[in-house]
Design a protein around this ligand. Sequence first.
Ligand code: TXA
Ligand code: MG
Length: 349
Amino acid sequence: MYETKVVDLYTDFDLGIEEGGRRIRSGELVAFPTETVYGLCANALMREAVSMLYAVKGRPGDNPLIVHVADRELPDRLAHVTAEAELLMEAFWPGALTIVLPKRDIIPYEVTSGLKSVALRMPDHEAALALIEEAGVPVAAPSANKSGRPSPTTAAHVLEDFRDEIPLILDGGACPFGVESTVVSLERQRPIILRPGVVTPEMIADVLGEVELSSAALSLLDEEETVLSPGMKYSHYAPKARVVMTQGEGESMARAVTAHYDAMEAAGKTCLILASEQSYAFYGSRRCVIMGNRNNPLTFCQNLYASLRLADEQGVDVVILEALPPRAEGLAYMNRALRAASFRVLRAE
Ligand code: TXA
Ligand code: MG
């Protein structure tokens, strides 16, 4: 039991980084901002610290962690870095791309849940890089949410989930992307995207010539893929409300949303629509928040998790989401939104 301290990095950057680095080295857990979502990190070379991380998060033991680094040299000591990996690091690091490679022995069993591979990422965030450098060790960091809850995009979200359970949260404001990094595996013959993010399949194919997208990106996993991509099998990102996704175009989609809303409310349920700038006027006086602009899918990524948490705060029974075309950042949005909805999809006529 701790009294969780929140350090504002805008006013106390050096102090926060120094304290964070010291705590990581001594085996404690520290929450920190990245360009994607907040992470909760532990010294990746210290088994007890990593085990504590799983326990505090309530994370299933078979879901491996991403190891974060602050330079391009360390990966060689942690993994067998292939020529393809070099190309990806050159193109996208620091950035929202996690690369899965055959691991070296230095990475403890606990970090990779016993897998022979390790996921590596260099975040593109000043505070994250400074913290990892200060710690002087690679840090294992999942998103800083209780397992199953929406990922945190502000320090307040982290505090909501871990108040008095971790010693330190570094507050760097809202995360610019709002969804987790793209995960690409280079373990097989062909590169495969296990989790889509703002680094898109097109961007990766431009560098490697080709990349496959796991069929789990937009659907439930089958058995074989579960082995490849452990994180995708869990019903993630879900608020307490029942989430429904509505698929369709323009007014017909908006009509399907209002029909579902009105039917649910008539049945005594409270609903919240996560609308777009294009559709919200159509919803009239129904309860809704604007998620973003349909022509700029990144805005949906930025606001998805915060909006799901808001739905919980308001205690609504039903959340209605709009589908986006699964292209560019829309693919990352749909990957999370479909899981939040447990794949419940209403198709507009
Ligand atoms: O943006 C991000 O990646 C954030 C920030 C904090 O960096 N971190 C994050 O971690 O999203 P987490 O633990 O919530 O998600 C890690 C994902 C999971 O889907 C996990 O299964 C996958 O990466 N993963 C980790 N190691 C793997 C491995 N060796 N093979 C396949 N997938 C792996
Ligand atoms: Mg996560």
